[in-house]
Design a protein around this ligand. Structure first.
Ligand SMILES: [Fe+2]
Length: 164
């Protein structure tokens, strides 16, 4: 079982270098212990999102999509600029678990993917905390120079009857 208490974390980090990621979220070190041994964590840009979810909320984009494809100023994705030779990895603490075209990922397991691998978020089935970590090779997306602390996290919803 995880040693991470997600309810004690802040919203996460946004495009942080490894040392800033770990300085801002030291409780997440246990997740790094299983990061693939053939990779150097310093070669990656780190994103973390922490969610407190209610049933039927999606913590990430519900439609099929790909991550980190460079965009033009008007938002159009530039698929000729992808680096399919370079890796990204995602790690999710528990449900709802992201679905790839090849199947669902497993909790607390690093999954290698590329800018061409379509995936989509799933609805929460219960009240739960969920941590998402993504490592993106620096040559796909370099870390930001500052402002790594993530101050907001959104959820995605269908039009259904919510109550509290
Ligand atoms: Fe995604």
């Amino acid at each position: 079982m995880s040693k991470i208490d997600w309810s004690k974390q802040h919203c996460g980090v946004h495009q942080a270098p490894l040392e800033k990621f770990l300085a801002l979220m030291p409780d997440l070190r246990p997740a790094l212990e299983s990061f693939p041994r053939n990779e150097n964590p310093h070669d990656f840009t780190w994103d973390v999102k922490v969610h407190m979810l209610m049933p039927r909320q999606y913590p990430c984009i519900p439609g099929w999509h790909v991550d980190n494809v460079p965009r033009q100023a008007d938002g159009r994705q530039m698929f000729d600029k992808v680096r399919l030779d370079l890796p990204m990895y995602m790690w999710i603490s528990g449900g709802p678990l992201t679905q790839f075209r090849t199947g669902y990922i497993q909790p607390e397991k690093w999954v290698r993917f590329t800018q061409a691998d379509e995936h989509r978020g799933q609805q929460a089935s219960e009240f739960t905390w969920r941590g998402f970590i993504r490592a993106t090779h620096k040559d796909i997306m370099p870390p930001k120079k500052e402002n790594w602390l993530r101050r907001h996290c959104q959820v995605y919803v269908d039009e259904v009857d919510y109550q509290w």
